[in-house]
Design a protein around this ligand. Structure first.
Ligand code: PXG
Length: 467
């Protein structure tokens, strides 16, 4: 079936026509276009709830929530109406020159309510990357104002992801990104990630958490504590493969930041707005960040919006001593984006989505994933709220990974695509972050699909003599 068989929703062209026009003109993010042209893109045309449909009419269970963002699911009337109403009333006005708009004010107020108590102020952007760029400027400005301009260095982590702009990619620890374009920018350092499979096999998990946090202290001492401005991390590394840290990790990071007086920045772009079963990941892991970046789930991805929650420690200095902070974006506080965010957060509150993830569907998913550990390919299954990872191993008893050159994760991902399931492969970690509205029955449906795709992957690996 092609798109022309959908009279009501016809996007007007066949899949092949869409693919040809796409290949001719559209440069996609993080894409090898020569390889893509050979295969052709999938054209996603419609969404409802947790499902998508492509232009071939194929129904797909979206276990990645778009890109970690469509938390309330597709097609929610409240969000659509909020956008429509605001577009009709006032599609845009800026917040630069002593002006503002009602949706931006109301959203700032609501964010102060749903975030931890140290946050009373927000700076708006349109994406996670812009938010993390704001962090670099704001953190350095803060120390400048306090008469410590030498405090410039921000410490991030290897395999962390903080976006794709110059500052975002620099704060992140993706080697492949640093290799393109001379990154990181000056004044950014990295420590190892709290990934026990890579760095602490055989070690007690709690002990490993303390050891991994200790790398921060070692780095601070190596740089000189008076030169370090901040530490940034995702509560759970998302794009890095859903790396859930040991429970001992974050409290020790907090202790070290406190001891040396450096700012703690929690990148909540993925973990924020309910993903971990708490409103923010820092609440799940009991840290008290000075700054929090967010994007994605704030609007459930319906329109772009991001921002930085500014804790009172920083806000007081910026407001009372700072004069003008020479920073801002045309779309800071965009009224339509803010109106959608308001509708999204109120919907989450009304439906008790965060509590549902914490008390019901999160633990239910954890049991489903534990059950998948009996599969011959699954070495390790872990979840946190409604995100999870299955680590595919060549020999699970011995903990032996596959040769990375085989790209086993991509083999599995192809079977997922073929069977109407969107899962991401990060190396050989198969990851999910489904919409928070997912029900138990839908988790069962997803679990059965995952098992089928693992079976097909196993069969293919055996056929190729790789397993
Ligand atoms: N911080 C975190 C923790 C993120 O996950 C960003 C910042 C940047 O946000 P923007 O809105 O500028 O993209 C992100 C984005 C993946 C993938 O492959 C993950 C992201 C983006 C694209 C792909 O998992 N996260």
């Amino acid at each position: 079936m092609n798109a022309r068989n959908h009279p009501l929703e016809s996007p007007g062209r066949t899949t092949a026509e869409w693919q040809a026009a796409d290949a001719a003109h559209f440069l996609h993010p993080f894409t090898d276009h020569r390889a893509l042209a050979g295969r052709g893109t999938r054209v996603i045309e419609r969404g409802e709830g947790i499902h998508l449909w492509d232009t071939e009419g194929k129904k797909i269970l979206d276990a990645m929530s778009g890109l970690w963002c469509v938390n309330v699911g597709y097609g929610r009337r409240e969000l659509i109406d909020a956008a429509t109403r605001q577009l009709e009333r006032l599609p845009f006005y800026n917040s630069f020159f002593q002006t503002t708009t009602p949706p931006a004010i109301e959203l700032a107020e609501l964010l102060a309510e749903v975030t931890p108590p140290q946050f009373e102020h927000v700076f708006f952007s349109s994406s996670g990357s812009e938010s993390n760029d704001t962090i670099v400027r704001m953190v350095r400005r803060y120390w400048d104002l306090l008469g410590q301009p030498q405090r410039q260095v921000i410490i991030g982590r290897e395999n962390g992801y903080h976006g794709s702009t110059m500052a975002g990619a620099s704060l992140g620890g993706m080697k492949g990104m640093h290799a393109q374009g001379g990154l990181p920018i000056p004044g950014i350092e990295h420590i190892g990630q709290p990934y026990q499979f890579e760095h602490g096999r055989g070690m007690d998990r709690a002990e490993f958490g303390r050891v991994a946090a200790g790398w921060l202290e070692q780095k601070i001492l190596a740089i000189g504590p008076d030169k370090v401005a901040a530490f940034i991390g995702e509560p759970v590394q998302g794009a890095g493969g859903v790396i859930v840290p040991p429970e001992t990790y974050w409290p020790e990071i907090q202790r070290i930041c406190d001891q040396y007086g450096i700012l703690l920045v929690s990148d909540e772009v993925i973990c924020g707005f309910g993903r971990t079963g708490h409103w923010f990941g820092c609440e799940r892991f009991r840290t008290r960040p000075d700054l929090m970046t967010f994007a994605k789930g704030v609007t459930s991805g319906y329109v772009p919006l991001g921002g930085v929650m500014v804790g009172e420690r920083v806000a007081r200095v910026l407001i009372e001593q700072g004069g003008e902070f020479a920073h801002g974006y045309t779309y800071s506080g965009h009224p339509v984006a803010c109106a959608v965010a308001l509708a999204n957060i109120r919907l989450m509150q009304r439906e008790g989505l965060v509590e549902r993830v914490r008390e019901d569907t999160g633990p239910y998913l954890a049991r489903q994933f534990e059950a998948l550990e009996d599969h011959p390919l699954v070495g390790d299954a872990e979840t946190c709220g409604l995100m999870g990872a299955l680590h595919l191993l060549r020999d699970k008893a011995a903990g032996t990974p596959f040769d990375p050159a085989l790209e086993v994760g991509m083999v599995c991902r192809a079977h997922c695509f073929g069977n109407g399931l969107i899962m991401r492969a990060v190396g050989d970690r198969m990851i999910i972050a489904p919409p928070l509205v997912m029900t138990r029955a839908q988790i069962d449906e997803m679990g059965a699909l995952i098992r089928r795709c693992l079976d097909l992957t196993l069969a293919e690996l055996r056929e190729r003599g790789w397993f």
